[in-house]
Design a protein around this ligand. Structure first.
Ligand SMILES: *Cc1c(COP(=O)(O)O)cnc(C)c1O
Length: 338
C-alpha cells in the first residue's frame, strides 16, 4: 500500500518543522559531557522554582481531568493584563493556538500573509490547511509593513506578525503598528505573536493588549515557553475579543492543556523575581555577546529577544557543525533562507 497516495495533498506539500537538535543526541553522537543548547531560545535559568513547587502540589491529583474552563489561570492572567477572563484563550503552547486559528478561519485556497523569514509555523500550518500563502521578504531584517499592507486584501483571512521577529529579534514599533492598522483593509485577522515580549527593552514597543481592548481586529499570542522557562510543559495563551475567543475555542479539544502545565504557569506568574532575574541574565549576556562579536568584526542584528542572528561570513552549516563539536548547539539559518 502506498500510503502517500491516500494522504491529503496539503500534507505532502508541507515542509515539516525542523527543531533544534536535542542535547542528548549531540552528547551521544559526539561523546560530549557538557553541551549547551542555544538553538531553541530556551531559558538558561531553567523553570521558576515557584512553578515547580506548584506542580508538585498538584501531582497527586493527576488522575483527574483538568478543569476544562481553566478559570484559575485565565483569571490570574486577566488580572495581570487588566482584561476580562473571557478574553483569554489557553493552548498547548502558542503553537496550538496558531493551529486553532487556522482551523477556525482557513478554507482551501484562502489567502494568508506573513513575513519571510518569520516563525516557521505560520507557513507550515497555513500550508496544512491548503491556504494560498503570501510570504513578504523582510526589509533590512525588519517586517516590511508597507509591502505587507499592499498584499493584505479584504479577502485575506489571516495576517501573522511576530514582534520580536523570529529569527531576527527585531520589533515593530508602536507607531508603525498604529499606521499599519490604518493602512490595512477590514477583513484580515492580525495575529500579533509576542512570544518574546518579556525580553523587549525598547520603549517604543507596541502594547498588543491595548489594541485588543480598543477593539482592533487582532489576537495577541504569548507563551510560557521562553521567559518563564516552561517550554517542556507546553503552555501559551491568546488575548482577544471574547467573541473571537469563543469562536476559536470551538475547535479546541476538551482538556487541551494539562493540569501540570496550568499549575506551572500559575506558579510562574507568582514569581516576578525569577522573571526579572531571567531578563537581567539575557540583557547582560547580549551586551557581552555584542561586544565580542564587534571585536571579531562579525555582523549581527540587534535583538529585542533572547537570541541573536549572526552573519558568520562563511557557510553557516559549517559553523554550526564545528560549534557542535565543541558542545554548542546553534541554529544554522539557511533553513530560513538566509
Ligand atoms: C517559540 C515561539 C512560539 C511558540 O512557542 P510555544 O512553545 O508553542 O508556546 C511562537 N512564536 C514564536 C515567534 C516563537 O519563537
Amino acid at each position: 500500500m502506498d500510503w502517500t497516495k491516500r494522504a491529503r495533498r496539503a500534507v505532502l506539500n508541507m515542509k515539516p518543522y525542523i527543531p533544534g537538535k536535542p542535547i542528548e543526541q549531540v552528547q551521544r553522537e559526539l561523546g560530549l559531557d557538557r553541551v549547551f543548547k542555544l538553538a531553541s531560545n530556551e531559558n538558561p535559568l531553567g523553570p521558576s522554582p515557584r512553578a515547580l513547587e506548584r506542580v508538585r502540589e498538584v501531582l497527586s491529583e493527576s488522575h483527574r481531568y483538568p478543569d476544562d474552563t481553566y478559570t484559575s489561570l485565565r483569571q490570574a492572567l486577566a488580572q495581570r493584563l487588566k482584561v476580562e477572563p473571557e478574553m483569554i484563550l489557553l493552548g498547548r503552547g502558542s503553537d496550538e493556538i496558531l493551529l486553532h486559528i487556522v482551523q477556525t478561519f482557513i478554507e482551501e485556497g484562502d489567502r494568508v500573509v506573513f513575513s519571510k523569514p518569520s516563525f516557521a509555523m505560520y507557513d507550515i500550518l497555513s500550508c496544512l490547511m491548503g491556504a494560498q500563502r503570501i510570504a513578504v521578504p523582510l526589509a533590512g531584517f525588519r517586517h516590511d509593513l508597507k509591502a505587507l499592507a499592499d498584499v493584505a486584501t479584504p479577502e485575506t483571512k489571516v495576517l501573522f506578525l511576530d514582534s520580536p521577529n523570529n529569527p531576527t529579534g527585531t520589533i515593530i514599533t508602536n507607531r508603525e503598528l498604529e499606521s499599519f492598522f490604518d493602512k490595512i483593509p477590514e477583513g484580515p485577522l492580525l495575529v500579533l505573536d509576542e512570544a518574546y515580549q518579556e525580553f523587549v527593552e525598547a520603549d517604543d514597543y507596541h502594547d498588543g493588549v491595548a489594541y485588543v481592548k480598543e477593539g482592533r481586529p487582532v489576537i495577541v499570542l504569548r507563551t510560557f515557553s521562553k521567559a518563564y522557562g516552561l517550554a517542556g510543559f507546553r503552555i501559551g495563551y491568546g488575548i482577544a475579543d471574547p467573541e473571537l475567543v469563543r469562536l476559536i475555542a470551538r475547535v479546541r479539544e476538551p482538556f487541551n492543556v494539562s493540569s501540570l502545565a496550568v499549575a506551572a504557569a500559575l506558579g510562574a506568574l507568582e514569581d516576578d523575581d525569577f522573571l526579572n532575574q531571567v531578563r537581567q541574565v539575557v540583557w547582560n549576556g547580549k551586551k557581552r555577546l555584542y561586544q565580542k562579536l564587534n571585536e571579531l568584526g562579525l555582523f549581527f542584528v540587534e535583538s529585542q529577544a533572547n537570541f541573536v542572528l549572526i552573519d558568520a561570513g562563511v557557510d553557516c552549516r559549517e559553523v554550526s557543525r564545528r560549534l557542535q563539536e565543541r558542545g554548542f548547539i546553534v541554529r544554522p539559518c539557511d533553513i530560513f533562507g538566509l
